[in-house]
Structure formats: structure tokens, C-alpha cells
Design a protein around this ligand. Structure first.
Ligand code: ADP
Ligand code: ZN
Length: 741
């Protein structure tokens, strides 16, 4: 008798083998009901083996039944799950749990039904006439049904008094009462009126990009596309038209965005373009109810929803006949999940496209250097949009040297330059809008001199040193290099070298004082906690009820407001000196994206960047809208120091409420990793994490680099398997880590 390996639903990742009763078509990916101790439970079949289980020396209990006639996970998605488990060093169970969202696994969510009344055949006129005289209510019901679509109506719609009449009609066989499946429609209320749009005539560049993308359907190699288009170049229009072609060809389309709530305009444009097939569009927000998620998931699986828009986890949407995957803003870090399984949505999308034979387009104005290097290596097919679609030029970017400003204003913590203040006053007078951007990354602190802009760096790693308050030291968290905190700036000898940082709240308070008549609003994580807060704020901004919008990283994404003519970046430096080799890349991306919010209408845009390090390459290349120049010099640095994309980089973190135990465990792991270290792997030193303590747990970490992800992952996995961890100590492995805190 064949056996099935079943992952039991529930929080604890139990896996058991069960015998498959004869005749039951159990396949991998099926959902089954199984006995568990003296109860029964549901689960997912991970694998089916045809070996004789009697070899085990004991009989397996048979599973009870299939809960769905067909597998819910397709063989290709199961392959994808296995790859993820292998690559990111996590259990297949943890991957299956994201593949089949809880809403789909939980039985209580099963399809919702309601009673409906159906007219099976047109009523006999003789009977109708009788009823009209003797039972006018029954007559009325038949008349309503005759004129209803499909000759049916929900029972509830007939009103509470109709019950007895319907029963009477049913008993004579004149109507039937059925259980009708109803979709819990997440858009039934709440989304604003959407005006349908049609394809725009494409520019030459757009047309060339679209042609290239559509041509792959016939191309056997199917390299992923990297669509590099400057902000406002019309990438979205290319996505929309590519998607339409795929739908017309009978295929389905998956669109990934960094975060649904922060990209309302992209979602809106897809809805508007596909308004004519609105019920085929599924938008997977994080705030769907369990019932809605269940229904959307099944609509997608059955091919009823043929275009799916969602964030990271939507990469697992069970679309049949997948023809096209679009990953918008492919450089965004939010594609990386920061919990197990720690997959990168973009990378998983690339693999999924490969497995499914689908076309994939990665789009960005600031591609990640990983994707960029892949295009240089001809692994990806590069297509470019070099002009703004509306013919406008890219905004003028001015860089303000805050070192001079600090001298001029005789104040070390001023964050508003004269230039920016004048520019804002000018916009207020002209009734144009301003976005002010406050760069806030993490808590990691670096030391920077306000006079000369000098930042304390590791001599070995080209990284900002992190200030550790506990032992008042500067530490490089790649190699462990330590330095004492200088009493004065090593460069210019100014004793005022300080820790950097201020918050949105403080900025807002100051701006209220400086511009007392301006209408000012702030967008940050706090402001977004309320439901619809972001939507309401953005709507107010669009309606020009706000003059000045202050925000963090959040507002850097695809927002499009024609009346915004000024964007100010208050502190371009902060992100530059975090201890992360991607710091320069992030700042370049951020400046470019934020600047891209200016001048998107008929009015020209201006961008003012305040910085203590005006000559930093990230700032200078962004100022000249020079992605290629930036990439070239940044890649040189990465190559020199063996950072990605020229190596794979992973982070091993050990956490515990006991500081010594966490530290000791990491040291033990480090020793074992070192003993059997495969050639080519560079093992970092065990060190306190920049975020030394979080959620009551002490954190220690080490960084590994190597040419091959698999070799690295396997080595760590083997050591972890052989090293029992003390109770209350957890080890977390993050392959292709994007955050090193
Ligand atoms: P991106 O996604 O590259 O930032 P968008 O797709 O948002 O760019 O395009 C910027 C603006 O240009 C939008 O208002 C869009 O409607 C408009 N646009 C795009 N393509 C065209 C076109 N071919 N003709 C006219 N306007 C266009
Ligand atoms: Zn170092």
C-alpha cells in the first residue's frame, strides 16, 4: 500500500506518514483528513511514496479522506517550495504554510453559501392565473423570478414574509430552493469610483520594450527582463499593455508590488485598465478578512481571477496558465521576508517564471545592483526607457552643504537651510505643493562631524563604524575592528563630533513655527496605524488641501501628484553611514525615487538635497540622474571587498534572553563553522549585533560570504544540525540578507 507524508495543520509543523486507502487518488499537494491521536485533523500531502510501508515493522494508520478532490498545490509550486526550503535553509513545512495561507487551510472558512430560490421552468400560464386569484403573494414571487437574471434570487431578497409562500411553491415543484455559493467580495464597498482607461499610444521606447517582452513567448531561453526606466518614463503603461496581451492570449498575469497600501496609484491604474473585467482582478491586501482571502484564493486557483496584484507573498498565488509576472520596483527591500521562510519575493518570482515557462519583467528606475549585474552578465535581458513619458525633463537637483549652513546659522542641530526655506515660501506663495522627506533608517548610530562631514569608518571594510553605547566603543560589524570614540574629529579636530538623528515629529513642530500659515501633514508609521489613514491623507494631498507633506521612506514610492513642484530631502546622510555595504546604493535609490516625485505635471520640478557629505558619490550620481555611473563605481567597490553581487552574503544571528549564553553559543557555532570551512567561504567574526538587544533578547551575529549560495547554506545547515542549542537560545540564518541589524 502506498503511503503519504502529511504536514498536519496547526502551529507546530508536525509531519506523519499515513497509509493511502486503495482507490483514493492521493497526490502530493492534496489536502487530506487524517487520524491524529484519538482525534482527527487536516493536513497537506507533501509526498507520496510507493514503497511498502510494512517494511517499517509497524502498520501505518490509514488517512481518512480527501477534503478537496484535486491537489491544492500544483506540482510546480511544490517544486518551488522544495527549492526555497533548500536555498534558504528552512523546513518545507514552513514554506507550505506560506503557500497555503491559513485562511485556506482553516476549515471554518470554507465557501460561504446562502439559500436561493430558482425558477426551474417558465410557469404554466393556467397555474399563474389561478395563483393570481387565490395566492397573490405566490404569484408575485413567480413574476419577480421570471424577470430576474438566471431566474433566481437569494431567499433573503424576497423579504422575511415570503417564507411560507416560497415553501408552498416549492412543495408544488414550481420553484426550487438551492444552496448558492457567494463570494465575499473585498471590494464590495470601500473602493472609490474608478474610471475605465484604455491603452495609450506608446512612445518608441515603450513600444520597443513591449515588443521585446511579448516576443519571449516564442523564445526558448526566456531570460528575465530588467526594465530600467527613469521615474515617470511610463513603465506602468508597458506593464499594463503586456498584461492585456497575455490575458487576450488566454494566459494569467501576476503583478507584484512592494506593498499594496503604499502603492495605491499602481493598483488603481491596474483596476482602471481592467475595469471591463473587474471580477477577474484580485488584489491581495494584507487586510482581507479570512473569508475574503479564502474566496480570492479559490477564485485564483480556479482561473476565475486571471490577474492578481499583491505584495511579496502573492508570488505564491495559485494562478493556472501563468503567462507573465511583473515585479514592480524590483529593488525594494520589502520583497525580502524577515521571518522564516526568509525568501526574496523577486528571486522566487524569477524561479517561478522559469518553472512555469512564464515571461518575467523586473522593473525599476533604480535597479538593484544584483539585477543590474545579471543584465551585464547577459543573464537578464535589459530594456530601457530613458525619457519621461510626458516629455518633461527630470527635475533639477540642488545639493546644499549643511556644514556651511551650520556655520552660517551658528546652530548645530538646524535642519532647514536658507535655500530650502526660501523655496518652500516661494511654493506656498504660488499655491504649489511640497514634499519633505526625512531619511530615517534604523537605529544604528554612526559618528559624524558637523563641521567637515567626516564619518568614522572601518579601515578594512569601507563601512561606517557603529557606536555601541554599552561599552562606549565603535565597532565594525563585519570584521570586528574596534576603535575608541574620538574626543574630536580625526579630520578637522572639531570637538563637536556627534551622533546623528532627529524624528518626523520634531520636524513637523519646527515647520509649524517657521511656516505658521501652511497646511502641514505628516506621514510616518505612527500616522498610518489607523485604518484608511494613508488613503485619506493622500486624497487630501491630491485635492490640494495640504501644502506641505512630511514623510519618511514610505512616501518615496510610486506616488504621482502633478502639483508637487518641490521635494526637499532634509538629511540625505543618515542612510549613508549605517553599517551596511548597501548603504550607498540605498541612498542613491532613495534620492532618485524621491526626486522622481517632483515635477510630474506640466510644472517643472525642483529637488533640494541637504547633506553633510555633498561629495559622496551616491549624492553626486543621483544629482546627475546617472544610474550607470553610480552602478559602475559602486560595483567596483563591491568587487574589491567581495560583497554581493560578487559574492553571496548571509547572516547568522543567535538570540537569547541570557546574554552570555547567546554569545557563547555563537562562539561555539563559529568554531565549528571554522573547523570544516569549505574553500572560498569567508567567515566573519562573532560580534554583538548593531541592535544589541531587541524584544528582551540579546543578539549576536556573524556574517558569511562565499561564491556559491548552496555551498554556504549547506555548510551552515550541517553545523546547525550537529550543534544542539541550549534551551532559550535561537539561531536564525538569513541567506542573501538585506538587513544586518
Ligand atoms: P513610471 O511607472 O515609469 O514611473 P508612469 O507609468 O507612472 O511611469 O508614467 C508617468 C506618466 O506618464 C503617467 O501619468 C502616465 O499616464 C503617462 N504616460 C505613460 N505612457 C504614456 C504615453 N505613451 N503617452 C502619454 N502619456 C503616457
Ligand atoms: Zn571592518
Amino acid at each position: 500500500m502506498p503511503a503519504a507524508r502529511v504536514l498536519i495543520d496547526g502551529p507546530s509543523e508536525l509531519v506523519f506518514d499515513y497509509a493511502i486507502p486503495a482507490g483514493l487518488p492521493v497526490q502530493p499537494g492534496c489536502r487530506v483528513r487524517v487520524p491524529l491521536r484519538n482525534k482527527s485533523s487536516t493536513g497537506t500531502v507533501l509526498a507520496v511514496s510507493h514503497d511498502d510501508p510494512t517494511d517499517l515493522g509497524f502498520a501505518l494508520r490509514p488517512l481518512h479522506s480527501l477534503t478537496d478532490p484535486e491537489p491544492l498545490i500544483t506540482p510546480k509550486l511544490l517544486d518551488l517550495a522544495r527549492w526555497i526550503a533548500d536555498y534558504y535553509v528552512c523546513s518545507i513545512e514552513s514554506v507550505v504554510r506560506v503557500l497555503l495561507p491559513e485562511a485556506v487551510r482553516t476549515e471554518e472558512n470554507s465557501a460561504k453559501t446562502r439559500k436561493a430560490v430558482v425558477l426551474p421552468a417558465p410557469p404554466d400560464p393556467v397555474i399563474l392565473e389561478q395563483l393570481a386569484k387565490r395566492a397573490p403573494k405566490q404569484h408575485a414571487i413567480l413574476a419577480i423570478l421570471t424577470h430576474s437574471p438566471d431566474h433566481q434570487l437569494p431567499l433573503a431578497d424576497l423579504g422575511s414574509v415570503a417564507g411560507p409562500s416560497v415553501k408552498a411553491l416549492a412543495s408544488r415543484g414550481l420553484v426550487e430552493i438551492i444552496d448558492q455559493e457567494v463570494r465575499r467580495d473585498p471590494d464590495a464597498d470601500g473602493i472609490d469610483e474608478i474610471l475605465p482607461t484604455t491603452d495609450l499610444p506608446l512612445s518608441e521606447e515603450q513600444q520597443a520594450a513591449l515588443d521585446a517582452i511579448l516576443a519571449t513567448a516564442a523564445d526558448a531561453t526566456r531570460r528575465p527582463f530588467l526594465l530600467h526606466g527613469v521615474t515617470g518614463s511610463g513603465k506602468t503603461e508597458v506593464y499594463l499593455q503586456a498584461a492585456r496581451h497575455m490575458l487576450d492570449a488566454g494566459k494569467t498575469v501576476l503583478v507584484l508590488v512592494p506593498e499594496i497600501s503604499l502603492t495605491p496609484q499602481t493598483v488603481r491604474r491596474f483596476r482602471a485598465r481592467f475595469a471591463h473585467i473587474q471580477d477577474q482582478v484580485a488584489v491581495l491586501h494584507s487586510n482581507l478578512s479570512q473569508g475574503e482571502r479564502f474566496d480570492e484564493w479559490h477564485r485564483i486557483r480556479k482561473g476565475k481571477a486571471r490577474i492578481v496584484i499583491g505584495a511579496r507573498s502573492a508570488v505564491f498565488a495559485p494562478l493556472p496558465d501563468l503567462g507573465l509576472i511583473i515585479v514592480d520596483e524590483e529593488h525594494e527591500n520589502s520583497y525580502k521576508q524577515d521571518q522564516v521562510p526568509r525568501y526574496h519575493g523577486r528571486d522566487v518570482a524569477v524561479l517561478r517564471a522559469h518553472l512555469e515557462g512564464a515571461t518575467i519583467v523586473l522593473g525599476s528606475a533604480t535597479p538593484s545592483l544584483e539585477s543590474w549585474q545579471n543584465s551585464l552578465d547577459a543573464k537578464y535581458h535589459l530594456v530601457r526607457l530613458t525619457h519621461r513619458a510626458d516629455g518633461q525633463s527630470l527635475p533639477l537637483i540642488r545639493v546644499i552643504d549643511m556644514r556651511l549652513e551650520a556655520k552660517k546659522q551658528k546652530s548645530r542641530d538646524s535642519f532647514l537651510s536658507d535655500r530650502l526655506r526660501n523655496a518652500i515660501e516661494d511654493r506656498l506663495a504660488k499655491n504649489e505643493q511640497t514634499i519633505l522627506f526625512l531619511n530615517r533608517r534604523g537605529f544604528a548610530r554612526s559618528l559624524q562631524c558637523p563641521s567637515c562631514g567626516h564619518v568614522c569608518q572601518c579601515p578594512h571594510c569601507a563601512l561606517a563604524l557603529t557606536y555601541h553605547r554599552t561599552d562606549d566603543r565603535l565597532i565594525c560589524h563585519i570584521c570586528g575592528h574596534q576603535a575608541v570614540v574620538p574626543r574630536k574629529c580625526p579630520e578637522c579636530k572639531d570637538p563637536a563630533i556627534v551622533l546623528q538623528g532627529f524624528g518626523t515629529q520634531k520636524v513637523e513642530d519646527v515647520f509649524h513655527k517657521v511656516f505658521p500659515t501652511a497646511r502641514i501633514a505628516r506621514i510616518d508609521a505612527d500616522a498610518l496605524r489607523k485604518k484608511n489613514a494613508l488613503r485619506d491623507l493622500l486624497n487630501a494631498f491630491r485635492a490640494r488641501k495640504i501644502d506641505l507633506l512630511i514623510g519618511t521612506q514610505m512616501i518615496a514610492k510610486g506616488l504621482h501628484f502633478p502639483n508637487v513642484t518641490l521635494v526637499g530631502i532634509l538629511n540625505a546622510d543618515i542612510g549613508l553611514h549605517v553599517p551596511d555595504f548597501r548603504a550607498g546604493e540605498r541612498v542613491f535609490q532613495l534620492l532618485t525615487q524621491v526626486a522622481g516625485r517632483a515635477g510630474r505635471g506640466s510644472l517643472e520640478g525642483e529637488v533640494i538635497v541637504q547633506t553633510f557629505t555633498p561629495h559622496s558619490p551616491s549624492i553626486q550620481f543621483a544629482r546627475h540622474h546617472d544610474f550607470d555611473g553610480f552602478a559602475e563605481q559602486e560595483l567596483e567597490m563591491r568587487r574589491h571587498f567581495h560583497y554581493p553581487p560578487f559574492s553571496r552574503c548571509a547572516l547568522l544571528t543567535v538570540r537569547s534572553t541570557h546574554e552570555r549564553r547567546a554569545e557563547f553559543t555563537l562562539q561555539t557555532l563559529h568554531r565549528r563553522l571554522k573547523e570544516t570551512l569549505p574553500k572560498g567561504i569567508d567567515l566573519g567574526e562573532p560580534l554583538p549585533s548593531p541592535l544589541v538587544k531587541a524584544h528582551g533578547q540579546f543578539r549576536f551575529q556573524l556574517i558569511l560570504r562565499g561564491p556559491k549560495a548552496r555551498v554556504l547554506a549547506r555548510h551552515v545547515q550541517q553545523v546547525l544540525q550537529k550543534t544542539p542549542l541550549p534551551e532559550d537560545v535561537t539561531a536564525v540564518f538569513d541567506m542573501d540578507a538585506l538587513s544586518f541589524t
